[in-house]
Design a protein around this ligand. Structure first.
Ligand SMILES: C[S@@+](CC[C@H](N)C(=O)[O-])C[C@H]1O[C@@H](n2cnc3c(N)ncnc32)[C@H](O)[C@@H]1O
Length: 314
């Protein structure tokens, strides 16, 4: 498994934790604490509570010792971050409205690279639905990735590293590659350097369409990286109507068909997603993907959330 390794000393762990910002009185969710290097640094930052989720049972006794040394501060869950439900773990009183400043809830983690990438995609979808760790509001995340992935997450329009991940992250969050740590700072030493990335969800996403729709448009656009964007975007449509539908999409979205995928900005993608959504709504038989069902589900989720809020106000 590609792994960033464990922090070699307190120096690296402290650096990662400092980059998360001021953690005084914060509620922190650390994913994959392992032997507890970052955990110790977080506990030293005057947090109110630290919840750690670790999958490997061999690390639990060591974490338990840290917990005994900091009574009432460290909660340990032996579980999997990919399935753990954080939404009920912290007090309701921490919740902020989405438009307000971020809540004093932070996610920090140095996970194996094979986990951090699928996890960030899942959390970006949670940002878009305001659920999971984002029921508290615009929860900030400080996570490590393989340096190349960190560069892709933050790549600007036109750059070589520009990819699907850049657009998916940047339409929902302010994303900063805040630190690069050489591989030799970890044990075992990974083949690559490690990038630390900080995410703050935006008050308003740059594309206001369902996550799955955006993902589909972006994924198709980047399918043929070296070709004109026309080629990949065409794959959104069934073969029989591909040419005319792709021309219509690009024309209505006012996007030059000869741009390469990496030259498409988030605002290009906004226009493409808005037009594609309209085309789906006008002719539901044209497309294989049923967004209506997803929209219905999102609507009832939002309604449930509103009902919960109403109940807790009473
Ligand atoms: C690279 S080590 C880092 C340990 C520690 N955070 C550090 O920086 O020193 C990754 C840790 O994540 C844990 N881990 C991997 N997949 C996980 C998952 N799905 N859920 C929870 N923990 C996981 C591993 O067991 C390991 O302890």
């Amino acid at each position: 498994m590609a792994c960033s390794g464990v922090c070699r000393g307190p120096g690296e762990a402290d650096k990662i934790v400092r980059k998360a910002g001021d953690l005084t009185n914060a509620y922190v969710y650390e994913v994959g604490p392992g032997p507890g290097g970052i955990t110790r640094s977080i506990l030293n930052a005057n947090v109110t509570e630290l919840l750690v989720v670790e999958k490997d049972s061999r690390f639990i006794p060591g974490l338990q010792m840290l917990s005994d040394a900091a009574p009432g501060k460290l909660r340990i869950v032996h579980g999997d971050v990919l399935t753990y439900k954080i939404e009920r773990a912290f007090p309701e009183s921490l919740k902020r409205r989405w438009e307000d400043d971020p809540p004093n809830v932070h996610i920090i983690g140095n996970l194996p690279f094979s986990v951090s990438t699928p996890l960030i995609i899942k959390w970006l979808e949670n940002v878009s639905c305001k659920d999971g760790p984002f029921v508290y509001g615009r929860t900030q995340m400080t996570l490590t990735f393989q340096k190349e992935v960190a560069e892709r997450l933050t790549a600007s329009t036109g750059s070589k590293q520009r990819s699907r991940l850049s657009v998916m992250a940047q339409y929902l969050c302010n994303v900063q590659h805040i630190l690069t740590i050489p591989g030799r700072a970890f044990v075992p030493k990974p083949e690559v350097d490690v990038g630390v990335v900080h995410f703050t969800p935006l008050t308003r996403p740059r594309i206001e369409q369902p996550f799955k729709l955006v993902e589909r448009v972006v994924q198709n656009a980047f399918q043929f990286r070296r070709k004109y964007c026309y080629r990949g975007l065409g794959m959104l449509f069934p073969e029989v109507q591909r040419v005319e539908s792709t021309e219509k999409l690009l024309q209505l979205a006012d996007v030059d068909p000869t741009l390469r995928p990496s030259q498409l900005s988030v605002s290009h993608f906004k226009s493409l997603c808005d037009v594609y959504r309209k085309m789906c709504d006008e002719d539901p038989h044209l497309f294989t993907y049923n967004f209506r069902e997803e929209l219905k589900q999102n609507k009832s989720k939002n309604q449930e959330r509103e009902n919960d809020k109403e109940r807790s106000r009473r």
